[in-house]
Design a protein around this ligand. Structure first.
Ligand code: ZN
Ligand code: CA
Length: 367
């Protein structure tokens, strides 16, 4: 039922359309046309305006009144460099010419959804009600999905196609993450003449850092200071230092507790030294953890089994639109697309994986 040539051609067409985050207009226009041609009811929301981009989320609906309503979603934006992507097909693999990313993240997901829709139409397959969402600005903070009014679509559950790994891999857990800066403000002084009248911000930070939790905190929780910047010259007591910090946990409660504890420690140490603190850490996205017997997971497992594709549930270390939809109360899993070495110039995808994922999607809608 799947037409590999059509699937690959569609994928190649799409990777050639440049679509950096917040500049997805050309990609959006292409997808509106494709969805309309297939016969979906197509809409665009105002996520572009809300987030300073030139294109909204593209939504396509394939009606089936009275049936379950399933969400299928992938994001339109890619990381840079993606100004001019020249795909190269070699030995069953698609890669770029080495001067840009490929954009299989996440156009591999989009291609599989489109192939699924074409197969449904072409073969008159019975199907549930299908809501397709091609989101914007995923790579810069999940902005499209955050702005998307999923509530009004009354979706039962959903499948996000945006994970690396072989099709059959089902991401059912992902962490919540917080990120930002911690600025310690001390007091400058001449390091040789009057060091005692200064407060070295780095010394304050060092004391605090020995007291906070960093690295792997437990099986679900991690934290890291990834960047330290500050200081002016060796003869000046360092007036301020900025620490770039992040923390993640599969448990939202644990993350919040860790952040409070870390903030408290910094505050106490700063007070001790007479320094000030500017705490600018924000929770970027909430985590999710689905139970293994959730219907949305079972459906994928059954689909894989019918196809003889091995399936496994895993927890991811990063965030995706899946985090946002789960936090809005829609059980969603993130399915592997086959994209490899994403966010690098060596990014590639195997054609067989695109085909397998499309097959899985068709089994999912057959139910
Ligand atoms: Zn992605
Ligand atoms: Ca990505």
């Amino acid at each position: 039922m799947i037409r590999e040539t059509r699937l690959v051609e569609n994928f190649l067409d799409m990777v050639k359309i440049s679509s950096p985050s917040k500049d997805e207009r050309a990609m959006g226009d292409y997808l509106i046309k494709v969805l309309e041609e297939i016969g979906l009811e197509v809409k665009e929301d105002n996520a572009g305006e809300l987030n300073g981009g030139n294109c909204g989320n593209i939504i396509g609906i394939l009606k089936a009144p009275g049936k379950k309503r399933l969400l299928f979603s992938a994001h339109m934006d890619t990381v840079v460099p993606c100004e001019k992507v020249i795909p190269v097909v070699e030995n069953g693999i698609v890669k770029s010419d080495g001067t840009s990313i490929l954009g299989g993240d996440d156009k591999g997901g989009i291609a599989s959804i489109i192939e699924m829709l074409r197969v449904i139409k072409e073969n008159n397959l019975e199907h549930p009600e299908i809501v397709v969402v091609f989101s914007i600005a995923e790579e810069v903070g999940l902005l499209g999905s955050k702005s998307f009014d999923i509530d009004s679509y009354k979706v039962d559950f959903g499948f996000i196609l945006d994970s690396s790994g072989k099709p059959g891999k089902i991401v059912t857990k992902a962490p919540s993450a917080a990120r930002g800066t911690i600025k310690i403000i001390g007091k400058p002084a001449h390091a040789g003449i009057s060091p005692e009248s200064g407060i070295n911000a780095l010394t304050v930070a060092a004391h605090a850092i020995t007291k906070i939790k960093l690295g792997r905190i437990d099986l679900e929780t991690t934290s890291n200071i990834g960047l330290v910047s500050g200081g002016q010259a060796t003869n000046i007591v360092m007036p301020s230092v900025v620490l770039d910090y992040e923390a993640r946990s599969l448990s939202n409660e644990k993350l919040n507790y860790l952040l409070e504890e870390t903030f408290e420690t910094f505050k106490v140490v700063c007070k001790e030294f007479g320094a000030k603190i500017e705490w600018n850490i924000k929770v970027e996205y909430p985590g999710f953890a689905l139970e293994d017997n959730e219907e949305v997971i079972e459906i994928v497992k059954i689909a894989c089994k019918k196809l003889g594709i091995a399936s496994e549930t895993v927890s991811s270390g990063g965030g995706s639109d899946t985090n946002i939809y789960n936090s809005k109360g829609i059980p969603c899993v993130n399915l592997a697309v086959g994209m490899s070495k994403v966010h690098t110039l060596e990014e590639y995808i195997e054609i067989k994986d695109l085909v397998d994922l499309s097959k899985i999607l068709i089994e999912i809608i057959k139910g």
